[in-house]
Design a protein around this ligand. Structure first.
Ligand SMILES: N[C@@H](CCC(=O)N[C@@H](CS)C(=O)NCC(=O)O)C(=O)O
Length: 338
């Protein structure tokens, strides 16, 4: 088939997608059960290993292997491209040139003992996430780790109570914020979107093509500069500051800027299924985290039907887990805030 013919086939597929998948996703979301949001925190084992949390996609029968064939976490028994394709267009991991790339990802900056340490690939190391469960930035990591089916420990750090500002915490992350990822060899990585990219290396959540990968990064920078500072901060002010906080005066401006971000997203989704590329991945996770709880910031998404359909598609992806509900004090404030 010539290039023109291939383009037509691809165009046809795009067309099929927009009709079929949105409906399927909505139905799947209902099956997944919104109530999971409330159950999730009780399963979190604090300093211990994190229990498998609710709302997994298995129940929908759409679970698919998400790591490349040569990725150390790949399990040969899991369904792959042929069987793993789902009604919501989530593709199983493609076989990629992972062997070479994987060699690159081991043993970096390890000095003289590199070979001994590199014998344990990074993806097999025990990963600890220091995070606040009801923070969107932190939930991004939980969502990806669950969808990768990668084991991890979750250490709950209540940033709203100053737990990121203790000397011990600041020694690891001088910026005093969550999330923070820590490997069992002591290495630390901060900034949620950087962590997403690192975790997603060699999986279908991060596009292998350099141009497409840069496009995904572009949306992740957009999220941090033009979305999160308004959508997340409005939520924080409404739910985590006292009713008489002077910061509440910022809410109208934050809402205005948040709506500008949603309008940009709406425009993109008019012609694309996902933000990461042809498949769901890291940029979708980054943008989903706070868009899904935009109501907590006082945002109404009624004017953004494509954004709402995309949210439903994300909720229907295999292994999806919802963000836990905020603590009761925050919920009370969110309820009463204008
Ligand atoms: N750009 C950072 C933002 C992290 C961030 O703002 N974390 C908040 C919770 S969502 C925090 O730790 N705040 C506590 C503080 O600043 O003391 C990321 O994406 O990881």
């Amino acid at each position: 088939m010539g290039a023109a013919g291939l383009r037509d086939v691809l165009r046809d597929r795009e067309g099929q997608w927009s009709l079929g998948r949105a409906d399927g996703a909505v139905a799947a979301v209902r099956l997944a059960g919104d109530g999971d949001r409330l159950r999730l925190p009780s399963r979190c084992l604090g300093q211990g290993l994190c229990d498998r949390i609710g709302g997994r996609g298995d129940r929908l029968g759409v679970r698919a292997a998400r790591v490349g064939r040569n990725h150390p976490l790949h399990r040969s028994g899991q369904p792959r491209l042929a069987t793993g394709r789902t009604a919501v267009g989530v593709h199983a991991a493609r076989p990629r040139q992972a062997a070479g790339a994987f060699r690159r990802s081991t043993g970096r900056h390890l000095g003289a003992d590199a070979r001994a340490v590199a014998a344990q690939p990074d993806a097999l190391r025990m990963t600890t996430v220091h995070g606040y469960s009801t923070s969107g930035n932190c939930h991004k990591l939980r969502l990806l780790l669950e969808q990768l089916d990668r084991p991890y420990r979750w250490v709950e750090v209540d940033s709203s109570r100053g737990e990121t500002r203790t000397p011990e915490y600041l020694a690891k992350n001088p910026n005093g914020k969550v999330p923070m990822l820590e490997l069992d060899d002591g290495r630390v990585l901060v900034e949620s979107n950087a962590i997403l990219c690192w975790l997603a290396e060699e999986t279908s959540f991060l596009p292998p093509d350099p141009w497409q990968r840069a496009q995904a990064l572009s949306w992740m920078f957009f999220e941090q500069y033009s979305h999160e500072p308004y959508v997340a901060v409005a939520r924080f002010i409404r739910g985590w500051t006292p009713p008489d906080s002077p910061r509440r005066a910022d809410l109208p401006r934050l809402r205005e800027r948040g709506h500008e971000a949603f309008a940009v997203m709406e425009r993109h989704l008019g012609g694309h299924a996902w933000f990461t590329g042809p498949e769901y991945g890291v940029a979708d996770i980054a943008l989903f985290a706070y868009t899904d709880v935009a109501g907590d910031g006082g945002f109404d998404l009624a004017a953004y039907p494509a954004v709402r359909a995309w949210l439903a598609r994300v909720r229907a992806t295999p292994g999806f887990v919802p963000m836990p509900a905020p603590p009761s004090e925050a919920q009370a404030l969110l309820h009463q805030s204008p």
